[in-house]
Design a protein. Sequence first.
Length: 262
Amino acid sequence: MSPRYHQILGIRFFAGTAQEAIARICESGGFLVAPSAPGMVRLCDDERYRRAMLAADLAVPDSGLMVLVWRLLRREKIQRVSGLKYLKQLLATWKGEGTPEIFWVLPGESAREKLLDWSRREPFAVKIDNCYLAPRYGREIEDRHLLALLEQRRPAHVLVAIGSGPQEKLAHYIIERLGYRPAVHCIGAALGFITGDQIAIPDWADRFYLGWLVRFLAQPRLFAPRVLMALKLPALIFKYRERLPLMRQGIAQSVDSMFGGS
């Protein structure tokens, strides 16, 4: 049977469980996204991000705000799959089956150190040579060095953990240009929640859509702009519903630099 989807703002969200999403993307390859509320708002402002989201092979409904608004508007219950839940299930799957070849795209040295420390505690095999420290990307993504590394090593899986916006565009760039088709998982800050590079999100907070509040209370100055961005989402959904929103004309602001985390 064909899988069921929910279409919101032009994006087709997978209606299955985290385990089903993992099975699908691992079987077909391509790239999976889990857009946050600020990410969904960015559909109106960033043409390259918009193209990447529409090209994604699988999208899971990470945003609790989106899920709640859609339930109020359509009386339709969506099974939320947070980026954190997805990543935990993905890691558990790999532990059960034996760790495959994984390539990690990370935001910086601290993230790499925390990942390696975490891998030694688990234990979970992480090769330092498979940890790539991504540069600070602009609105347009190009990274030939990363492409060359992936072509040389051909990992089955690429985990992109550099934050919402750049990571989806990078995944799109990778899949369009590689000579083979790995499974690319855009998991944003979720990796940092597990390794300790970001503040930990308790399971209860993730379950009740309160991960954003935990992060806001820990770093209010950093997350206040993202919360304000997210608050634009309900009006956007009420206006466009299933349809892809129109691009706002004349907007040149660098939303990637303001809202780089997921």
